[in-house]
Design a protein around this ligand. Structure first.
Ligand code: AMP
Length: 282
């Protein structure tokens, strides 16, 4: 496994790989790997010849007062885990090489970033689409893999790739969960034991929403009320949002007439967790 830090070196290597006719599968991450990250790497290996994983805690996607400084990091452990998955290249640039002095160019997707996390974190997706654009230009992938846990991110990146004619195929990978159903996240390590117990209400409420839907409930308000009650029934939980949206536009809906996204964001102490499910998916 090669570890590359300098963007230009990565770009030259990517060009060599492409010239040999080999397919590059790319997994962008902020590191501190868990099984969710590893499932993206496995999928990338399955569909490509060379797997590139980036590790970069991107400052432009964190707002003021968010957890940029405390975001968990362990580069050595990440490299060991990636090696075990037979990842070919780790690209781990320095912040100064990605955003050098004088940097002033951003990529912004307008509509699908307005609701959900875009509403409570107004600068977040502009940072995400900017870094992903830059990484695409550096890593030159044929395929890029994203987790469906960050559903709005997935929709936003797909929109950006279509709108800006990026020559890359975006592939969504299902959410990997702990044995007790908590969606895996690098941020889970920050939860105290009692906070972690409260966090289980996210997946539990999603399951109950699915059951309500299967029993025939189609009124969004009724499902949202039920989910919210379960979440606020737990100490430590503060709801950021519970929403049901159109799965493509991510706009709020009132009645579920076709596939819809149920998305949840909850603050538990200092930690913000998200989870989601698709209602009406066979
Ligand atoms: P992050 O390092 O948190 O920015 O995540 C890097 C990639 O891993 C993103 O595409 C995430 O959507 C994906 N990811 C994070 N958690 C999970 C999970 N539990 N299951 C599947 N993919 C995930």
């Amino acid at each position: 496994m090669r570890v590359i830090q300098i963007p230009k070196q990565m770009q030259i290597l990517a060009e060599c790989i492409r010239n040999k006719g080999e397919k590059i599968g790319f997994v962008p991450t902020m590191g501190f790997f868990h099984e969710g990250h590893l499932s993206l790497m496995r999928k990338a290996k399955e569909i490509s010849d060379v797997t590139v994983v980036s590790i970069f805690v991107n400052p432009t996607q964190f707002g003021p007062g968010e957890d940029l400084i405390t975001y968990p990091r362990d580069f050595g452990r990440d490299c060991d885990m990636a090696k075990e998955e037979h990842v070919d290249i780790i690209f781990a640039p320095d912040v100064e090489d990605i955003y050098p002095q004088g940097y002033q160019t951003y990529v912004q997707v307008i509509e699908v970033t307005k609701n959900l996390c875009g509403f409570s974190r107004p600068h977040h997706f502009k940072g995400v689409t900017t870094i992903v654009s830059k990484l695409f230009n550096i890593v030159k992938p044929h395929y890029a893999l994203f987790g469906m846990k960050d559903f709005q991110q997935f929709v936003t990146i797909k929109r950006m790739v279509a709108d800006l004619n990026f020559d890359v195929e975006i592939i969504g990978v299902p959410t990997v969960r702990e044995n007790d159903e908590l969606a895996m996240s690098s941020r889970n390590v920050s939860l105290l034991p009692e906070q972690r117990r409260s966090a289980l209400s996210l997946s539990r409420s999603i399951k109950e929403a699915q059951e309500l839907f299967l029993k025939g409930e189609r009124k969004v308000k009724n499902i949202i009320d039920h989910v919210s009650d379960i979440i606020i029934g737990e100490e430590h939980n503060n709801i950021d949002y519970v929403k049901i949206c159109d799965v493509d536009t991510l706009e709020d809906i009132q009645v579920i007439t076709h596939k819809a996204l149920l998305a949840i964001a909850v603050r538990i102490g200092e930690t913000r967790l998200i989870d989601n499910t698709i209602l009406g998916d066979e």
